[in-house]
Design a protein around this ligand. Structure first.
Ligand code: WT7
Length: 671
């Protein structure tokens, strides 16, 4: 981003610094002095309207979680009441023992007895411009019918169904239909490749894949069904049925006996489908996310606790009301799309807007056009998107009336103060609180976040923990660090929506999250707290990158690279990126006899795209004669990061096997 674009309209009120977004994206300003209090008008109307009220509730949630969560959980609809709130035997938590409920019933049926029956549950806009509204009544009917289609095609309680869909209401319908009959879903983001689908299908042993012929993205058609076909051809598969929704109408291959059309299947079913009573700890979904090894982790979430947390955060953090039009721009393939487009808002009976395509299609003002047209009042997006909007220029917003907005949110990565200020002033017209929500696929919902009617915010900090979240920053020995000191972010108590495991890998679950500090959850992020106790998230301290708010394991990219016949070895690191937060830089050594060239670099980029998907496209391939290693053979990533960022090499390099390697690397950019 140019300095100009970042600063012009968003000059801070009190402070005149205007660093380019890139520097700030990597290092949040810990010296931030601007404080924004919610307006008296906002606070008065909010469910939590003062810090005193927040503190009182927070204290109760920590000291008496049984009482606090027991009370909150009564707002859900239970088919059988729970008898105990929590049983905790680290690392295994059970919430709401003895209770039975159904997520789909909580999101749908219970709204049908009153005025919400005819209220919009989902407002949808396709990228080409089609519009659809599904009332709660209609959504309920579609979910019941599709649940019957799943049953007709062999789905049984406990089975796994892969959902690989465009951003259309049918994605939510498929998720809710699975939940209705006790089938677990695993949504795979539409930007993942055939190979990634195959890995996920195999890991969770899915029986059914739900997909569409295609979806629209930036004017092009994403060949979803073709990717599924390719995935299922890659070796043995557990998949018996593929259910295909007709979205684009393009020609697709139909495998007799395996593939059925969603639309056609509906003719064989009725709209009666009881919501089965499920144990509060019954698995709800698996969602794959990147870790520090090559194999993505299947994060497992269960029914009662997950639903309660997504419901409660929509209630207290977004302060959603019946009259709100709420828009979360995340794709349903990420956890944000699960908790904050589908489950949380629907459990609360809110109106959730869903848009299929890209923010810059057909022009850079598509989001503002949508906000204006539907009078969106609560808007939740990612810092990477905000930085792109800043770059595209303020005139795109100025064409539209954004005054319907009353609350803004961000998620996915640290937001640099410049982007925060721009969001506040230009999008929020200076009047909307901003909730910067820190959380993870593993946490299921918001963990550190402002409460909009109470918490004074500062640009760049996610502020304070949500109810029940006992967050702390500790050193390597587990001792809390002092004010403004950096350490590791841990959660010291179980919370309702915490992951219950990694699918099929108990050991990895224990080792990844619960071994660094015994009894505490280690999030993988570094952070600091300021004098007010606010948490400033620095970012991942493990081998996980955050590219445009998406998690990517360096090891995943490395294993994709070495699967290419020309590559001997690779090391992948992140470097600060103005727009995406981090960019992907790959250091590659080639096999004997292979000639390096710009063409080979391009081919390797393409190869990674094919193996993992467009989300993982490398920004740069740098060929090196050798990679810098310690005497024990460990790649020195710290050095590579500095080389990738164009920094002078600092620190101790005496353990390097070949110091000359660094000099060669520094001069080996591919242009
Ligand atoms: C990682 C989790 C949570 C849904 C989207 C990403 C980073 C997330 C923030 C924030 C600073 C953030 C962390 C975290 N992150 N939100 N508000 N401020 N960093 O979910 O793919 O599981 O990634 O995203 O590094 O560990 P995810």
């Amino acid at each position: 981003m140019s300095k100009k674009a970042a600063s012009k309209k968003s000059k801070p009120a009190k402070k005149k610094s205007s660093k380019p977004a890139s520097a700030a994206a990597a290092k949040p300003a810990l010296t931030e002095s601007r404080v924004f209090k919610p307006s008296a008008e906002f606070s008065k109307a909010a469910r939590i309207s003062s810090m005193a009220q927040y503190k009182k509730m927070y204290d109760e949630s920590i000291k008496h979680p049984d009482k606090f969560f027991g009370r909150e959980a009564k707002e859900l609809s239970w088919q059988k009441p729970f008898t105990k709130v929590l049983e905790w035997k680290c690392p295994n938590a059970k919430w709401f023992l003895g209770g039975k409920l159904n997520v789909s019933e909580n999101c749908l049926d219970r709204h049908l007895n009153g005025p919400r029956k005819t209220k919009a549950a989902i407002i949808w806009e396709g990228e080409p411009g089609e519009k659809r509204v599904l009332t709660y009544q209609q959504l309920h009917r579609e979910v019941c019918r599709f649940a019957n289609v799943l049953k007709r095609n062999g789905a049984k309680k406990g089975d796994r169904v892969i959902i690989y869909m465009p951003m259309i209401p049918e994605a939510a319908i498929a998720m809710l239909a699975c939940a209705r009959i006790g089938v677990m879903h695993s949504v795979v983001f539409g930007g993942f490749s055939a190979e990634s689908i195959k890995d996920r299908v195999n890991d969770c042993q899915a029986k059914i894949v739900v997909t569409a012929d295609g979806g629209y993205r930036r004017g092009a058609v994403v060949p979803l069904k073709k990717n599924v076909d390719d995935a299922l051809q890659l070796g043995e598969t557990t998949v018996k049925k593929v259910i295909v929704y007709k979205r684009t109408g393009q020609d697709v291959h139909i495998e007799e006996g395996r593939d059925v059309w969603w639309n056609r299947e509906l003719e064989y079913v009725d709209a009666n489908c009881p919501a089965v009573a499920l144990d509060a700890e019954a698995p709800l979904f698996i969602l794959y996310t990147s870790g520090s090894t090559g194999k993505p982790k299947g994060i497992l979430h269960t029914t009662g606790g997950y639903l309660l947390h997504s419901y409660m955060t929509c209630k207290y953090v977004f302060d959603l009301r019946d009259e709100d039009v709420y828009w979360c721009t995340a794709d349903v393939g990420w956890v944000t799309g699960h908790s904050y487009m589908v489950y949380g808002p629907l459990a609360l009976g809110a109106t959730s807007l869903m848009y299929e395509g890209a923010p810059n299609w057909p022009e850079n003002d598509r989001f503002w056009r949508i906000i204006d047209e539907y009078k969106v009042s609560v808007f939740y997006t990612a810092p990477t998107a905000i930085r792109a909007f800043m770059k595209w220029g303020d005139h795109w917003l100025k064409k539209h009336d954004l005054t319907s907005l009353r609350l803004l949110g961000t998620v996915g990565e640290p937001i640099n103060p410049e982007a925060w200020m721009w969001y506040h002033k230009l999008v929020g017209g200076g009047k909307c609180p901003i909730v910067d929500t820190w959380w993870q696929t593993e946490t299921g919902g918001h963990m550190i976040t402002p409460i909009p009617g109470a918490t004074p915010t500062k640009p760049g900090t996610a502020t304070l923990p949500f109810f029940g979240v006992d967050a702390a920053i500790v050193d390597d020995l587990g001792k809390e660090v002092g004010k403004d000191e950096q350490g590791k972010l841990v959660i010291r108590k179980p919370w309702p929506s915490m992951l219950r495991g990694i699918w099929g890998d108990k050991k990895r679950y224990q080792e990844t999250y619960w071994s660094e500090f015994k009894g505490w959850y280690f999030a993988g992020d570094g952070a600091r707290r300021d004098k007010d106790g606010y948490f400033w998230i620095i970012g991942r301290i493990d081998d996980v990158l955050n590219v445009a708010g998406h998690r990517l394991g360096t090891a995943e990219v490395e294993s994709a690279l070495v699967s290419h016949p020309a590559v001997a070895e690779s090391a992948v690191v992140g470097r600060p990126d103005e727009l995406k937060g981090q960019g992907v830089v790959c250091f590659v050594t080639v096999k004997e006899g292979v000639k390096t060239s710009r063409e080979l670099g391009e081919e390797l980029k393409k190869h990674v795209r094919t193996v993992i998907g467009p989300v993982a496209t490398p920004d740069e391939i740098r060929f090196a004669a050798a990679l810098p290693k310690t005497r024990s053979g460990k790649i020195m990533r710290r050095l590579l990061k500095q080389v990738a960022a164009g920094e002078i090499i600092k620190g101790d390099t005496t353990t390097l096997e070949d110091i000359n390697v660094i000099a060669q690397l520094a001069a080996s950019g591919d242009d």
